[in-house]
Ligand binder design. Sequence first.
Ligand code: 15L
Length: 275
Amino acid sequence: MTDTRSKRIVLTGAAGGIGTMIRPLLAPLYPGLVLSDRVAPPNLLAAETFIAADLTKPDEVAAAVEGAHGVIHLGGHSVEGSWDTILQANIIGCYNLFEAARQAGVERVIFASSNHAVGFYPRKRRIGPDVTVRPDSRYGVSKAFGEALGALYADKHGIAVTCLRIGNVGPRPIDVRRLSIWLLPQDLVQLIQIGLEHPEIRFEILYGASDNAAAWWDNARARTLGYRPVGRAEDHRAHAEAEQAKVGPDPVGDLFQGGTFCSAEFNNDVKHAGP
Ligand code: 15L
């Protein structure tokens, strides 16, 4: 474990929302941390190393991951977008990342997947990491693609890949849906540490959720690997319910785990949607 900590670890999407939250938590754990994004974070510290890379440009991605032991891949488009946006950032960009990692001899990749890869599962159903994907958006499809790509690079090339189906990262759950899927940044860092350091990792899909009593996900595999989340969504229920009261009901989104990602552009009958 200690050995990994001195090695070069590249964080893509370092200037994004999640990257910004976990940078200060990763820095003391991994002194060899290298930040990457298209543009440097505005608050880059003198002690931090940054390499600019556009995920759609294979040469830039190759330069960013050169010499790395591990990559934490948060980069890409983080919400629903046009097909071209998703195609460039999350399909081509993700392929470029895994391919550059293979060519550079990277040993471990953490892929930031999303709950939206399985967003059309009903809220009343508890799911594990082995269910068939049911994406709720083009974004969700791109995350399912990234998981499949990760499996390919694990099985064919021996990269140890951990896909984290991340819920919603932040200091506290921001509405009732997030009481089920909230992930405290410190808990995300724990999951990343497992992916970078656990000796048994070959290919894993883990849920990126804290200790949420209202969870929809069975995260037993993460616990077996040593995950001990400290965030407890129920401690923030009053806040989440107060925030929820400010928004109206969503007759489609409220039925499914993906919420508004399910109701956007929806023109099906809810009885025929989801498994
Ligand atoms: C995600 O995957 C998004 O990146 C984030 O912006 C949130 O929308 C989150 O899912 C969520 O479902 O709350």
